[in-house]
Design a protein. Sequence first.
Lengths: 138, 134
Amino acid sequence: MAGAGKKASGLSPAVQRLAALPILIVVATRRADGSVQLNPVWFELKDGYIWLNSNTRRTWPKNLQRDREATMLLVDPKTPERYAQIRGRLVSLIPDPRHEFIDRLADRYTGKAFRELEPDEHRVTLKIQPLSVTGDLL
Amino acid sequence: MAVQLSSKMQEFTQEVFPAIIGTSRKDGSVEMVPVWFEFKDGSFWINGGTNRGWFKHLQRDPRITLLLIDPKTMWRWAQVQGRMVDWAEDPGGEHINHLSHRYMGRDYQNPRTGRIKIQIEPLRVTGAIDGWGR
């Protein structure tokens, strides 16, 4: 695998400390035409997995569902040149019909429950297994 | 075709934070790296070395995506889909030194040899600065 760095059998304490902050993770996916899509999103690192949540109509979860893999970047907000790049594999896609998980994420970031869902808005939780980590924040 | 940045976006690009660039590896996976940039004369300019992985990717596939995100207020972000239109040697490291002044307020501290500057034409802008897009 190109760009394989340290194997993420467990993320290092430095990465875990960064992941504990309420910062956004940048998710890179590929569009159908092969171009790169970058989205900063809410996340949680728990039980060794990276958990994301999205509206099913957004492009990035569709890209992720198609390719089953994503690269994610965590940047140290105090020193933006320091970062950890995590390659991961989508292991499951979990419907969140009672928006429990997005409420949990909203609480982590805003201290409040998530806003009211729009009509026809369906939330889904994406469980991602980290495969390798590169960058200067190993 | 290149797009013109809105005035809000032009102001945003004057703020000092690294851009996260995304390029495609040969195997189709994405590499992301934070880099110094400036927006000038309608293009984004970044600096690197010919040995950088991301530059090799761009020589194969010139499409590049930049994420501009305020590290202190991460809701303020914009995604720029672009294309490398040109690159040139940076003799004497003049451009990297210019970027160093923008970011660090001082001369570039590392070796200035073997540097190149890369011109990126913006093709599409989405994100929170111009209003939401997909």
